[in-house]
Design a protein around this ligand. Structure first.
Ligand code: C5P
Length: 243
C-alpha cells in the first residue's frame, strides 16, 4: 500500500447503513485492511449501540458517528461527552441548534478528551440537509432565500462556534471554502462513481470530482454496500480519488 493510497483511503467514509450488527460486521470484514473511515448512522447505532463502535475501533477503523445531535445546549454537551468517551474520531450536530449549542458540543468533547486522555474528535455541523429543497426550506421550515445561502450562513456559524467543518453537498464545497477557508472540513455524501446507480441521490459528483473540488472526506454508501464485490468497489473508488 503506497502512502498516497493510505492517505486517500483515510478520506473515504463508508456508510454502514444496515439494520443490524451482523450485516455491518460482514462488510467490515470484507474491507479489512483498507484504512478507511466507517460511518455509523442512527439506524445502526440505535440497533447496535456503543459496543459496535468499540468493535470498529478495536479493528483499527476510524469512526464517524453520524447521529446529528440537536437539543438544548446542556443535553448536547452531555451527548458529546458520551460519544467522545466512546473514542469516535468524528461526530456531528445540527447547525440549526445555534451557536451556543454547537459550542456546548465542543465543550463536552473537550472535557471528555481531557478526562480520558483521548484525542479531541472532529466535530462537524449539518447545514441544510440535501433532502431539503428550496420550497420546503422557504414554506415549511420558514427560512427565506436560496438553500446555498443558508448552507453558507450555517457553515460560518459552525466555524464561529469553533467546530471543525460541515457536512455538505459536493456542489456546495466551493462556496463553503470561500466563506470559511480551505482548511474548514467539508464532508460530502452524494458521491457516485462513474457509471453507478443514483439511488435517491440527485445532485452527485464522482469521487475524483469531489476530491479535486476540495472535499476533505467523501461519504459513500450503496455503491459499496450494494456491490457484488464491496472490496473491489472501495478500491476502485480510492483509485478514482487519486486521479
Ligand atoms: O448510499 P449513499 O452513498 O447515497 O449514502 C450516503 C450516506 O450519506 C447515507 O448514510 C446518508 O444518510 C448520508 N447523507 C446524505 N446526505 C446528507 C447527509 C447524509 O446522503 N445530506
Amino acid at each position: 500500500m503506497t502512502p498516497e493510497y493510505k492517505q486517500m483511503a483515510g478520506r473515504l467514509m463508508v456508510a454502514l447503513d444496515y439494520p443490524d450488527v451482523e450485516k455491518a460486521r460482514k462488510l467490515t470484514q470484507e474491507l479489512e485492511g483498507i484504512p478507511c473511515y466507517m460511518k455509523v448512522g442512527m439506524q445502526l447505532f440505535y440497533a447496535a449501540g456503543p459496543e459496535f463502535v468499540k468493535e470498529l475501533k478495536e479493528k483499527g477503523y476510524s469512526v464517524f458517528l453520524d447521529v446529528k445531535m440537536h437539543d438544548i445546549p446542556n443535553t448536547v454537551r452531555g451527548g458529546s461527552h458520551s460519544v467522545t468517551r466512546l473514542g469516535v474520531d468524528m461526530f456531528n450536530v445540527h447547525a440549526a441548534g445555534g451557536k451556543e449549542m454547537m459550542s456546548a458540543a465542543l465543550a463536552g468533547a473537550k472535557q471528555a478528551a481531557e478526562e480520558e486522555d483521548l484525542n479531541l474528535p472532529t466535530i462537524i455541523a449539518v447545514t441544510q440537509l440535501t433532502s431539503t429543497d428550496r420550497s420546503t426550506m422557504n414554506e415549511e421550515i420558514g427560512i427565506p432565500g436560496e438553500v446555498e445561502d443558508t448552507v453558507v450562513r450555517y457553515a460560518k456559524l459552525a466555524k464561529e462556534a469553533g467546530l471543525h467543518g460541515v457536512v455538505a453537498s459536493p456542489l456546495e464545497v466551493k462556496a463553503i471554502s470561500e466563506a470559511c477557508g480551505a482548511d474548514f472540513y467539508t464532508v460530502t455524501p452524494g458521491i457516485r462513481p462513474a457509471g453507478s446507480r443514483m439511488g435517491d441521490q440527485s445532485r452527485v459528483m464522482t469521487p475524483g470530482q469531489a476530491i479535486s473540488g476540495g472535499s476533505h472526506f467523501i461519504v459513500v454508501g450503496r455503491p459499496i454496500t450494494e456491490s457484488a464485490n464491496p472490496r473491489e468497489a472501495a478500491q476502485q473508488i480510492i483509485e478514482e480519488m487519486m486521479n
